[in-house]
Design a protein around this ligand. Structure first.
Ligand SMILES: Cc1cc2nc3c(=O)[nH]c(=O)nc-3n(C[C@H](O)[C@H](O)[C@H](O)COP(=O)(O)OP(=O)(O)OC[C@H]3O[C@@H](n4cnc5c(N)ncnc54)[C@H](O)[C@@H]3O)c2cc1C
Ligand code: FES
Length: 252
């Protein structure tokens, strides 16, 4: 874990409400792993007090990329940064996706901004493994396909792809993978992750879930991000023991 004074390089709009920022942050970029996150101080003064956590969306050489929608003050400040401004970033944080094991097909499942960690993950999946992506959103404009491969889309309002949620779409397509050894990698809202967890645990599918909670410190000090263990025997901290957990490890 490092604290790096990083340089804001650029901000690109990738959908109507979604931004991709590029930051010069060589030390963090060198050690980052897919599924890890950074805790970003979004202003130079003490407001907002808390840093904001963001998944590492991509790494290119010395540069980090983060993807976000504007929710409140923190993400608004981030969107409005100018080239050359300094950004104080702590990272890489947490434990990312487990890529090791016996599988020939990686299934990416993303809901809304849950698409954020997949560009970097995609680069790190061994070349012989096929990647199939299932992406969901409320409407077409919320389906974020940025750098995703072999996309099947689902929208709540049916404006793009399958009408329904992305887990229903995945269930509908599951028989197509009967002869494959699949591993599921997922990121999105907790109700989506819970539904996916139920399916994968029942069908014995190895499934890695990137979980979101409110966070403060981001590295295990404040105890502010507990998640109950699947067996009920205590809690993990999402920032330190996750944010990615095996679907057999946690109660969502
Ligand atoms: C490990 C981790 C990785 C994350 N990665 C990303 C990412 O890659 N891209 C991204 O856009 N966001 C990501 N988030 C969520 C991100 O941290 C919040 O969007 C951000 O803190 C909002 O800050 P804000 O000041 O703009 O909004 P706030 O002023 O803090 O909140 C404004 C509104 O947004 C809602 N909100 C705040 N945080 C969340 C949240 N975590 N989930 C849902 N609603 C929320 C609040 O309830 C409130 O209604 C991640 C969170 C975690 C824990
Ligand atoms: S955010 Fe402080 S312990 Fe997790």
């Amino acid at each position: 874990m490092l604290i790096e004074k990083s340089k804001f390089i650029s901000n690109t709009s990738i959908t109507k409400n979604t931004y991709l920022i590029k930051v010069f942050s060589p030390s963090i970029a060198k050690t980052a792993k897919p599924g890890q996150f950074c805790n970003i101080k979004v202003s130079e003064n003490s407001f907002p007090l808390l840093r904001r956590p963001f998944s590492i969306c991509d790494v290119e050489g010395d540069y980090l990329y983060f993807m976000f929608d504007v929710h409140g003050e923190g993400t608004r400040l981030l969107r409005d940064k100018n080239e050359g401004e300094e950004l104080d970033i702590i990272g890489p944080l947490g434990i990312g996706f487990d890529l090791i094991g016996d599988y020939d097909t990686a299934i990416f499942i993303a809901g809304g901004l849950g698409s954020a960690p997949f560009p970097f993950l995609s680069k790190n999946i061994p070349a012989m493994i096929e990647i199939h992506s299932f992406i969901g959103g409320r409407s077409k404009e919320n389906v974020i396909e940025y750098k995703m491969k072999n996309v099947s889309a689902a929208t709540d309002d049916g404006s793009y792809g399958f009408q329904g949620n992305v887990v229903e779409l995945f269930i509908n397509k599951l028989t197509a993978y009967n002869t494959k050894k699949i591993r599921v990698f997922a990121c999105g809202p907790n109700p989506m992750l819970k539904a996916l967890q139920n399916v994968c645990n029942e069908k014995n599918i190895n499934c890695q879930l990137s979980v979101e909670t409110v966070m403060a410190c981001g590295f295990g000090i404040c105890q502010g991000c507990p998640i109950e263990k699947y067996n009920g025997d205590g809690y993990f901290l999402v920032c330190k023991d996750g944010p990615v957990f095996n679907s057999l490890a946690v109660k969502i």
